[in-house]
Design a protein around this ligand. Structure first.
Ligand code: CMX
Ligand code: CO
Length: 144
């Protein structure tokens, strides 16, 4: 069951400048940052609020580390902006298989590693009304 908006993914060209915009404008602080080589991004997670399912909602600021990565390709075509949304679930395996059975393309056979040791998969934007949609199971309350 999908129980929260886990994050909104925002593509940017300069992560440090974008982090500073969110800090100076809204007062949001970096909760966690990392490089995810497999996804081709340097990223910062800004925690916005805890959620009733024991998780939290974040903004995920994404800077590509390779031009041919999903975020690099998307930025070249669209410029900076909202890249994807992510729903949180306690069981990404079951939820993604249920969604696949409804005829929506799930991009990975098995979930991969996302921010803070989470397990993630993506639904094809062409099957989701133009919205690239991620499903996330957090690693645990202490994982960051
Ligand atoms: N939102 C909406 N539509 C998108 C999109 C996005 N983020 N990215 C691509 N598309 C659309 C394109 O506009 C294009 O549409 P048209 O054919 O109408 O022009 C179509 O999808 C194909 O796009 P493409 O540029 O040829 O890109 P690819 O098919 O090579 O890749 C996708 C698209 C979704 C398969 C790829 O971006 C992907 O694998 N994404 C999942 C991984 C990811 O995004 N990782 C970064 C975030 C990591 C994280 O959140 O932790
Ligand atoms: Co994401």
């Amino acid at each position: 069951m999908l129980t929260r908006i886990d994050h909104i993914g925002i593509a940017c060209r300069d992560l440090d400048k974008t982090v500073e915009f969110y800090r100076a404008t809204y007062g949001f602080e970096v909760f966690h940052s990392e490089v995810n080589e497999e996804q081709g991004v340097r990223e910062a997670m800004l925690k916005i609020n805890d959620t009733g399912d024991g998780g939290a909602s974040y903004l995920q600021l994404l800077e590509p580390i390779r031009e041919d990565s999903p975020v690099g390709k998307w930025l070249a075509k669209n410029g900076e902006g909202v890249h994807h949304i992510a729903f949180g679930t306690a069981d990404v395996d079951t939820d993604s298989e249920e969604i696949r059975a409804k005829g929506v393309r799930v991009l990975y056979e098995q979930p991969r590693t996302g921010s803070m040791g989470s397990r993630i998969t993506f639904l094809h934007p062409k099957d989701c009304g133009g919205v690239l949609t991620e499903l996330v199971t957090a690693a645990g309350p202490d994982a960051h």
